[in-house]
Design a protein around this ligand. Structure first.
Ligand code: NDP
Length: 334
């Protein structure tokens, strides 16, 4: 066992994309284990788009990070020392220990992971936060009906790939939007979407119109910005837009322009609803059961992008999310 606990802390609020100087590496003492607690060695750290906006000093759904704070994040780890009967050594757990190699947990604060359900890192993706986000965004908010047209942005990524496949399982005509021909090919040929539009191709409006000639009933929003404005103009009456993410603005250095075509929300009587996965915490086991069953039955394909280099392999790995550099759920091997 390493004698030290390596941590990554935010040193200052970044300006634009993160750089090495926005963080500090701290070698903390190994935490001691008290009765009822267990010591976890993190194996995988989930890298997620929210991490960058969490570093901005602005009001959000949780308090922003302050200089000196540990970088937050979901992890999968293994119990390596325990004074908790319900968390014996060797237990695989899902935690929110953040960017550090070790941490103390109690049974109430972790999710025990069933190794038979999938790879340990899948508990950070399809069988974890991003899978649950897609599940609830699509099924509880968008509620797609068979035959409807559904558009999903960041379609090859962790949330988008699952959201689109769920809409396919519900009998919808599903169109992905992704960056570049390779990702679009993956979305159609591997994930089984009906079409995929390359937003970097320069003809988003006309390509989308060709793929969705009957208009769009559900837009699963992961990106915002100009793509949102383009999709809005093609929404059908009573369309639904779960607003899951706005990644195009996460590194903005000034307040981004608002949607120009918001009038369509009025004229087409659209429903736009924000989605924060924490609100659905009590339904996580149910969602994971369903996602796991679909995955096991071969109905839900997943792709993980597992990077190596240890906990201090930042900031380049985090920035992959904002530069189209990841191919599937981004995870760092700790
Ligand atoms: P992904 O695996 O989809 O990776 C991010 C992808 O976003 C990139 O690969 C890139 O795909 C795309 N992207 C980045 N910048 C832009 C841009 N400027 N314009 C268009 N696309 C861009 O990440 P996740 O699946 O983890 O997250 C997807 C979205 O879901 C994010 O907005 C995230 O914040 C949100 N989310 C929200 C949650 C909630 O509770 N509300 C929970 C989890 C995620 P490409 O190569 O196709 O451009």
């Amino acid at each position: 066992m390493s004698a030290r606990n390596l941590q990554v802390r935010m040193k200052r609020h970044p300006n634009g994309m993160v750089v090495e100087d926005d963080f500090s590496i701290v070698e903390a003492d190994m935490p001691s284990v008290e009765p009822g607690q267990a010591l976890v060695r993190n194996l995988f750290l989930s890298l997620d788009p929210y991490m960058r906006p969490r570093m901005d000093p602005v009001r959000s759904y949780v308090d922003p990070l302050k200089p000196g704070d540990l970088m937050p994040g979901a992890t999968v780890g293994e119990v390596i020392d325990s004074k908790a009967e319900d968390l014996p050594k060797g237990t695989l757990v899902g935690t929110f220990l953040g960017w550090q190699t070790h941490g103390i947990v109690t049974k109430a604060g972790v999710r025990v992971i069933d190794r038979a359900l999938g790879s340990p890192s899948s508990a950070l993706g399809v069988l974890g936060m991003t899978g649950v986000t897609a599940h609830y965004g699509m099924l509880a908010l968008a509620k797609p009906k068979a035959g409807e047209t559904v558009v999903v942005t960041a379609a090859s990524g962790a949330v988008g790939s699952i959201a689109g496949q769920i809409a396919k399982l519900k009998g919808c005509h599903v169109i992905g939007i992704a960056g570049g021909p390779a990702k679009c090919r993956y979305v159609v040929e591997e994930l089984g979407f009906d079409a995929c539009v390359d937003y970097k191709g320069g003809n988003l409006a006309s390509d989308l119109n060709a793929a969705a000639p009957n208009g769009i009933d559900v837009y699963f929003e992961n990106v915002g910005g100009e793509i949102l404005d383009t999709v809005l103009l093609q929404m059908n009456i009573f369309g639904r837009i779960p607003v899951c993410g706005l990644i195009s603005a996460y590194n903005a250095t000034s307040v981004p322009e608002g949607p120009k075509n918001l009038r369509v929300v009025l004229t087409q009587r659209l429903t736009m609803q924000g989605l924060i996965v924490f609100d659905w915490a009590d339904r996580v086991p149910e969602a994971i059961r369903e996602l796991g069953a679909w995955h096991k039955a071969g109905k839900l394909k997943i792709r993980e992008d597992v990077r190596t280099g240890g906990i201090d392999a930042y900031p380049d790995v985090l920035n992959l999310l904002y530069t189209s550099g990841n191919n599937g759920k981004l995870v760092l091997k700790v």
